[in-house]
Unconditional design. Structure first.
Length: 79
């Protein structure tokens, strides 16, 4: 497992993420003490895009804005 300091991790984050995407784990240290581990995301938790779209459509069905406009909701959020 590769180890990098916090400053180096901040400076080279893009390159570190490329390594992680290839399956590598990277420990980030601060003053020599491990504080975080970058590792690939658990791909088993990812849902197929089609399934996500179907879930969104099911959630949306039967829900209406009852005359509210997007502008009204934006203004309400600003209060």
């Amino acid at each position: 497992m590769k180890t990098v300091g916090a400053y180096e991790a901040k400076t080279h984050l893009t390159q570190l993420l490329e390594c992680v995407a290839k399956g590598e784990k990277i420990t980030i240290t601060k003053h020599g003490v491990p504080v975080a581990i970058l590792q690939p995301a658990d791909s088993s938790k990812r849902m197929p895009v089609r399934e996500v779209i179907d879930q969104l459509k099911r959630f949306r069905s039967g829900r209406r804005l009852d005359g509210l406009s997007i502008r009204d909701m934006i203004e309400e959020g600003r209060r």
